[in-house]
Design a protein around this ligand. Structure first.
Ligand SMILES: Cc1cc2nc3c(=O)[nH]c(=O)nc-3n(C[C@H](O)[C@H](O)[C@H](O)COP(=O)(O)OP(=O)(O)OC[C@H]3O[C@@H](n4cnc5c(N)ncnc54)[C@H](O)[C@@H]3O)c2cc1C
Length: 385
């Protein structure tokens, strides 16, 4: 019996489980293989929808489904918190004491936000990285009657790199619609020397910021918030006053990965091979999605395109054959829709060798994102696209 253990039932873990179950259907039915997903809550959350709770009338309950309903019937689901991986005995221990053995291990536990890393973040800053926080931001926007809005990034890397720019554009469009634009300043703070990490995207976004009258502050790495003075300070020594502060929270990998020695570097990201997705040279441990240290977008799309590679490699190992070369090497493919505001969007599509060439913003890509969000439950996690 070959045991395939997948930790995390988000985009990456769910899709990988379903693809492996499909490839190993016969082996599972003959009792020669077993696929298990372990997830903290047993509820699958579609996180890109959080932005639309803050900006577009989305409701939190529409963004969740029972994980069981998304999994192939041949996949076993265990709900519980992973506390430890013991590589010597190939065993994963849960907080409730359950112990699960593995032959092939897939790490898909995503990233977590660490608000406490920045003092006063919780009381002073808004964000949209949970449904509750997005709802709170919506209320703050509803109450906003004009003033200074600062959007910044309080730690790299973070989930969905375009999200802070998208929110900035959407807020700007909303203020115009509500007749508040003349009474407001909008400041966008980028931690690096340009508006976005990828140069071609920065070249697309910077003129849009200018045209919309949004002030761009480069090299602004959020360091501290002074709640008395209502200013946000950067590591580089700049201070910006705010009436409404929106910050992307600092992110880290799962604590148990750090504690188990699988993710030894600060940040808790797994050292992952850019092509094979194997962790730290181990032949039977894989990572995908936000949990990796790959210099790519932490995005559902990344996990989506990585899952088939992990599935092919895991299935090949179980069958005792070499993985098919073409299907077993990740090319760095990512594809993300990017909201620009005013019902327009663009598309970022790239891989390791080809940087994105975002098309001129138009209605099609905005609608593409809306349709994708609505159809997600029937497509990505089930392996239908
Ligand atoms: C506001 C926002 C907007 C976004 N927009 C986009 C977008 O437009 N396009 C895009 O591609 N991506 C977007 N993303 C990013 C996307 O949601 C993530 O990159 C994606 O969910 C990562 O998938 P994953 O499988 O790696 O992790 P996740 O989907 O986060 O899943 C990780 C799973 O692991 C579980 N887990 C964690 N620790 C443990 C443990 N110790 N024990 C058991 N289970 C555990 C969690 O409960 C969770 O179910 C957005 C994210 C946010 C927050």
């Amino acid at each position: 019996m070959q045991r395939i253990l997948i930790l995390g039932g988000g985009v990456g873990g769910t899709l990988t489980a379903n693809l492996v179950a499909r490839k190993l259907k016969k082996q599972i039915e003959r009792g020669e293989a077993e696929v298990t997903v372990v997830d903290l809550t047993g509820t699958h959350t579609y996180q890109p929808g959080f932005m639309y709770i803050a900006m577009g009338g989305e409701r939190a309950e529409k963004l969740q489904r029972p994980e069981r309903s998304l999994l192939d019937s041949n996949v076993r689901l265990v709900v519980g918190e992973v506390e430890r991986v013991d590589e010597a005995t190939r065993m994963v221990e849960l907080k409730d004491g359950q112990r699960l053995l593995y032959d092939q291990l897939v790490l898909a536990t995503g990233s977590r936000i660490v608000l406490e890393a920045i003092p006063h973040f919780v009381e002073e800053a808004h964000h949209f990285y949970t449904a509750e926080a997005a709802l709170r931001l919506r209320k703050a926007l509803d109450e906003f009657k004009g003033g200074k809005i600062v959007v910044g990034i309080a730690g790299m890397p973070y989930k969905c790199p375009p999200a802070p720019l998208e929110v900035t554009f959407l807020v700007e469009a909303e203020l115009r619609e509500r007749g508040l634009r003349d009474k407001s300043e909008i400041h966008f703070c980028s931690p690096i020397g340009r508006a976005f990490t990828i140069e071609s995207v920065s070249e697309m976004a910077t003129p849009i910021l200018e045209q919309k009258g949004i002030e761009l502050h480069t090299f602004f790495n959020v360091d501290a918030i002074d709640p008395q003075k209502k200013v946000v300070q950067s590591l580089e020594g700049e201070e910006l006053p705010y009436d409404l502060l929106i910050l992307v929270p600092p992110h880290k990998g799962a604590q148990f990965l750090m504690d188990s020695g699988l993710a030894p570097a600060p940040g808790g990201w797994l050292p992952t091979d850019r092509n094979t997705l194997q962790v730290g040279g181990r032949s039977n441990v894989y990572a995908l999605g936000d949990a990796t240290d790959l210099p790519l977008s932490k995005a559902g799309s990344t996990a989506h395109f990585e899952a088939p590679i992990v599935a092919e490699r895991v299935a090949a190992a179980v069958r005792g054959r070499e993985p098919k070369t073409k299907e077993a090497n990740y090319t760095g493919k990512v594809m993300c829709f990017f909201e620009i505001g005013d019902g327009k969007g663009t598309l970022l599509q790239f891989d390791y060798d080809h940087p994105p060439k975002p098309p001129k913003p138009n209605r099609v890509w905005h609608l593409g994102k809306i349709v994708f969000n609505k159809t997600y439950w029937h497509t990505v996690p089930r392996g239908r696209v």
